[in-house]
Design a protein around this ligand. Structure first.
Ligand SMILES: Nc1nc2c(ncn2[C@@H]2O[C@H](COP(=O)(O)OP(=O)(O)O)[C@@H](O)[C@H]2O)c(=O)[nH]1
Ligand SMILES: [Mg+2]
Length: 279
């Protein structure tokens, strides 16, 4: 942000900074909170632009450093990872990346095609499974997603799979239906293993801006999100939505999607993320 190069930090700079943060999807509430905090510290001593930048970065890194929750004690296999998010956010692509990563680490992975709402969704997951080299448990389009999860869990158990990743629908006739379906999927998993799902990953499309915050609220209320995967950060999106989500919902951002390839995924790093956002 070149405004930090100005000789004097005056009211105009603060206003521009707020605008920049909002245009980077940080959101009005979090942006003004950030500015207020930095302003307070900045006026205590006479500070120049580079100090203000450092203060802002420190504050942002603090907000983004939401500790990951205690992993639930998965004493038996498989570890169950439920992946949720609206249609097109990048769930299926991100699942393939995760499966690829785990497989590379030497763990056995099974995928469950519980997005039965669209035939294409099942086909897409199967294709991704082939690409990665992991099996996909699927039923017919329109089948009960709970039944898919049930079968996939049994299959994972009998094959001794380490990890079961569940793909879910992102759009049904109504938001209510979608949330009820996801709750049911969650209940089925919990019946099979009281500690499951061990992770609920919300996939957000970085390019959808503040909408992501609303989505995160809905999914958190319905199925208890444990971590966020921000997809499509390779595009024009600055990813400020991460700040709003950490600030308002205290959800840890875990992974970042930076392309459509299997290796296009990086671990979230609060400090690096902040530097990119304020560069
Ligand atoms: N550039 C880019 N595209 C992505 C990324 N993740 C997903 N996509 C694309 O976004 C579109 C929707 O992804 P998909 O996984 O089908 O979303 P789903 O409906 O949530 O399962 C596809 O065209 C993906 O290739 C990413 O990190 N970067
Ligand atoms: Mg999908």
């Amino acid at each position: 942000m070149s405004l930090f190069d100005r000789a004097a930090i005056d009211e105009e700079v603060w206003e521009e900074l707020e605008e920049l943060l909002i245009s980077a999807d940080v959101g009005v509430a979090t942006a003004s909170k950030l500015i207020d905090t930095v302003k307070k510290h900045a006026s205590e001593a006479k500070l120049d632009g580079s100090h203000v930048r450092a203060l802002l970065q420190e504050e942002m890194t603090g907000i983004l450093s939401v500790p990951a929750g205690e992993p639930s004690a998965a004493v038996t296999s498989p570890r169950v990872i439920l992946v949720v998010g609206v249609n097109g956010s990048g769930k299926t692509t991100s699942i393939a990346k995760l499966a690829y990563k785990y497989k590379k680490e030497g763990r056995s992975v099974l995928l469950a095609a519980a997005d039965t709402f669209r035939a294409a969704a099942i086909e897409q997951l199967k294709k991704q499974g082939e690409r990665v080299g992991v099996d996909v448990i699927a039923h017919q389009p329109g089948a009960d997603p709970g039944a898919v999860v049930y079968d996939a869990f049994q299959a994972a158990k009998s094959r001794g799979a380490d990890i079961l990743i569940i793909d879910t629908a992102g759009r049904l006739h109504t938001k209510f239906n979608l949330m009820e379906e996801l709750k049911k999927v969650r209940r089925v998993a919990a019946k099979l293993d009281a500690t499951a799902p061990h992770e609920v990953i919300l996939v957000l499309d970085a390019t959808t801006g503040q909408n992501g915050l609303t989505q995160a609220r809905y999914f958190t209320e319905a199925v208890g999100v444990t971590g966020v995967f921000i997809a499509k950060l390779d595009g024009t999106a600055k990813g400020g939505i991460a700040l709003a989500i950490c600030d308002e919902l205290k959800l840890p951002i875990q992974l970042i999607g930076v392309g459509e390839g299997l290796e296009d995924m990086v671990d979230f790093n609060a400090k690096e993320f902040t530097e990119a956002l304020t560069s």
